[in-house]
Design a protein around this ligand. Structure first.
Ligand SMILES: [Zn+2]
Length: 220
């Protein structure tokens, strides 16, 4: 059983790293952001509530988020463990979590602010099929056009430099103290998130004492 929390500012690559770990160790990726988005898309009662809160320019309260995490973990579909992503985000949520659950480690993916800004500002999304491109790391073959479907590539509306700086500020003031709370229990593993995804994954596994990545299968 492996129970992890993965932390890092938006754009640090934690989704990619969580997916790689989940695939090889049969873990369940529990992303609070995904659960919130699913509720909004599926027009659930909670989704309507979240929409109202966000429309009013407010943050979804700790009670809502904590209830959602508790219900998700209570499903117990994670026979081999889980990776919790997007929680806890502040001191209150961390206290709730540490009182209620035992975890094995917190994986902190550390990326300098400017790298995050460059990555997010370089992000493009296909309007037709939703594929993510990055004009720094993953160039489309033709500028502005999706490799997969030929659709138009656009920036996400919330990817402005201002909103990214706000998210970074939020992470430093509210989420980084959570890392200190976890550190008191000696649970934090820090990795440098600026390298290639495979190198970051290898670092995570070696620090967690997990078996390494399988070499890629030869083509054909
Ligand atoms: Zn496309």
């Amino acid at each position: 059983m492996h129970k992890y929390v993965i932390m890092g500012v938006q754009g640090c690559g934690k989704g990619t790293q969580a997916t790689m770990l989940c695939q090889d160790f049969d873990l369940i990726h529990i992303s609070v952001g995904d659960i919130l988005r699913w509720n909004i898309k599926s027009h659930t009662k909670l989704g309507a509530r979240i929409k109202r809160i966000v429309a009013a320019g407010e943050l979804v309260g700790d009670d809502v988020i904590e209830g959602l995490v508790r219900r998700r973990l209570d499903e117990h579909d994670w026979n081999y463990g889980f990776i919790l992503d997007g929680f806890p985000r502040n001191g209150h949520q961390a206290v709730f979590f540490l009182e209620s659950y035992d975890i094995d480690a917190v994986i902190h993916i550390d990326v300098p602010d400017q790298v995050v800004v460059d990555r997010i500002m370089g992000r493009r999304l296909c309007v037709k099929c939703g594929t993510d491109f990055n004009v720094i790391m993953h160039w489309p073959k033709e500028p502005g056009i999706c490799d997969m479907c030929g659709g138009e590539l656009v920036k996400r509306v919330d990817d402005t430099e201002d909103s990214i700086r706000t998210r970074l500020e939020d992470f430093h003031t509210k989420t980084e103290p959570v890392l200190d709370q976890f550190r008191k229990k000696e649970l934090v593993v820090r990795v440098d998130g600026t390298g290639a995804p495979e190198a970051i994954q290898a670092d995570i596994r070696s620090q967690l004492g997990l078996p390494g990545l399988e070499p890629a299968a030869p083509a054909g």
